[in-house]
Design a protein around this ligand. Structure first.
Ligand code: 5GP
Ligand code: ZN
Length: 114
């Protein structure tokens, strides 16, 4: 078993607030929100980042993007607009090495957030 915080959240070993889930992913509230809505869409399968996931299972990436749109609708930010971000590697300032998509909304976003 890998020592990955998001794998532990998916396994229920670390508590989180789940706002959406399906066969591919869970969506949880970020512990340190950068906007009124800040949800992380996390695939159940462990991939280090988007580059790895896109190479191994590109169809999954599409389904994760769709899950982000579903989260935005449920959070009530779909009409006003929102942002989907994934950070990759050192220059992307990725801090958790398990692919996740940030869904940010509820405010007019300006510069880099999450
Ligand atoms: P990254 O910097 O890798 O793109 O984003 C990692 C995100 O995970 C950060 O926004 C951080 O606040 C969030 N995070 C880290 N640990 C936890 C945790 O244990 N629970 C939740 N809900 N979010 C976490
Ligand atoms: Zn993991």
């Amino acid at each position: 078993m890998c020592d990955c915080i998001f794998c532990k959240i998916i396994a229920g070993e670390i508590p989180s607030t789940i706002v959406y889930e399906d066969a591919d992913c869970i969506a949880i509230r970020d512990i340190n929100p950068q906007a009124p809505t800040h949800v992380l869409v996390i695939p159940r399968a462990h991939y280090a980042n988007l580059t790895e996931a896109a190479a191994a299972d590109p169809a999954l990436v599409g389904r994760l993007m769709r899950a982000c749109t579903e989260v935005a609708k449920r959070e009530g930010v779909s009409e006003d607009g929102y942002r989907v971000v994934t950070n990759i590697g050192v220059n992307g300032a990725q801090s958790v090495q398990h692919l996740h998509l940030h869904v940010l909304g509820g405010v007019k976003l300006t510069e880099r957030m999450a």
